[in-house]
Design a protein around this ligand. Structure first.
Ligand code: EPU
Length: 307
């Protein structure tokens, strides 16, 4: 059935030449594989079209949400009343610029980007090979591992704002902090970046990558369905260790379970609903706050309409 809002969404898509799916299931776009549909899911294939789309949707009848690789996302079972912009078709690059810089678009898968840089003798993305994200999402959440993060290597971002203006933003002091960014703070759409890397011996880079890969496989549930770390660490207190010490690994609600491998991961054992995952997040949050006196900051993004 086509309602009025769907008609508006179709018109915007047609005007801008952007592919759109109406009443699109979101679960298949997330690593956890839970959650319901969105009113409209758009797949812009150029930064210019994405910026114009963002502007048009922001002036429209639905809240706008941005979908990256879906590896850090829980969508509510009922879905969301939203116009969702997927960045997966923004595939420009990667390409080298000068001796050290790599330019890539938001839809570039991070693991492949890290391997591409390594093969070209550019160091600095070894930390990122095991992060199952698209570049745009990684830039927005400042994804990181092994002591580094995207904010540490990005020198400029291509962003769009809700007015549909596309601009280059030179990354400065204060733009990035631990799992935080100016992109999220400013409600911007990250469309691509310039990453400054360091020339090095490709074999040495690959060796470091291999070490990280081994460590990750030993300490994280990489073969299971999860949304990565559930909470940002508290200063001086890794949440995984705390959950472990509290004896909460293996705690389950429905099909959602606190990973038995790493305490800061929640995994879908096969039958989880978003409600299961969210209830388990609440349970952990409460137990962490009771133990430390501080409410942990959720790192996982939750898409849920206000009641
Ligand atoms: N630990 C336990 N039990 C557990 C899990 C961890 O005792 O179940 C201990 C570890 O032995 C270690 C400490 O806690 O002494 C920290 O654990 P780990 O080295 O696994 O790092 P983390 O702080 O839990 C962070 C990032 C990860 C990233 C890893 C590796 C956050 C919230 N998490 O985890 O990022 O992959 O370091 O560098 O900052 C993510 O953000 O989604 C994520 C997976």
């Amino acid at each position: 059935m086509t309602d009025g809002v769907t008609t508006v969404m179709r018109e915007i898509a047609a005007d801008l030449g952007v592919r759109m799916e109406a009443h699109a299931p979101l679960a298949p776009h997330t690593w956890l594989r839970v959650g319901g549909p969105a009113e409209a899911l758009f797949f812009p294939d150029s930064a210019e079209r994405a910026a114009r789309l963002f502007g048009a949707l922001a002036a429209g009848p639905l809240p706008v949400r941005i979908l990256g690789g879906g590896s850090n996302l829980v969508v509510a079972d009922a879905g969301v009343r939203a116009a969702v912009i997927a960045t997966s078709a923004l595939k420009d690059g990667p390409r080298a610029e000068g001796e050290r810089d790599v330019v890539a678009a938001a839809g570039t898968p991070v693991p492949g980007l890290a391997r591409w840089a390594a093969a070209r003798g550019l160091a600095g993305l070894e930390f990122a090979e095991g992060i199952p994200a698209l570049l745009g999402g990684a830039l927005r959440m400042n994804a990181g591992a092994h002591g580094s993060s995207f904010g540490a290597v990005a020198t400029a971002l291509r962003v769009a704002d809700a007015q549909g203006t596309l601009r280059e933003h030179a990354v400065g002091a204060g733009d990035y902090a631990y799992r935080e960014s100016f992109v999220a703070r400013g409600r911007l759409l990250a469309l691509g970046a310039v990453l400054r890397l360091t020339p090095d011996d490709p074999a040495a880079i690959k060796e470091r990558m291999l070490t990280y890969r081994r460590r990750r496989r030993e300490t994280q549930p990489v073969t299971e369905r999860s949304a990565g770390c559930t909470f940002a660490n508290l200063p001086g207190c890794p949440i995984g260790r705390l959950v472990d010490e509290l004896g909460l690994k293996g705690t389950a609600i429905g099909g959602a379970e606190v990973s038995r491998i790493h305490g800061n991961f929640i995994v879908n054992t096969g039958t989880a609903t978003a409600a299961d995952v969210l209830a388990l997040i609440d349970l952990l949050s409460e137990r962490i706050e009771r133990a430390t006196g501080q409410a942990p900051r959720r790192e996982v993004e939750v898409w849920q309409d206000a009641p």
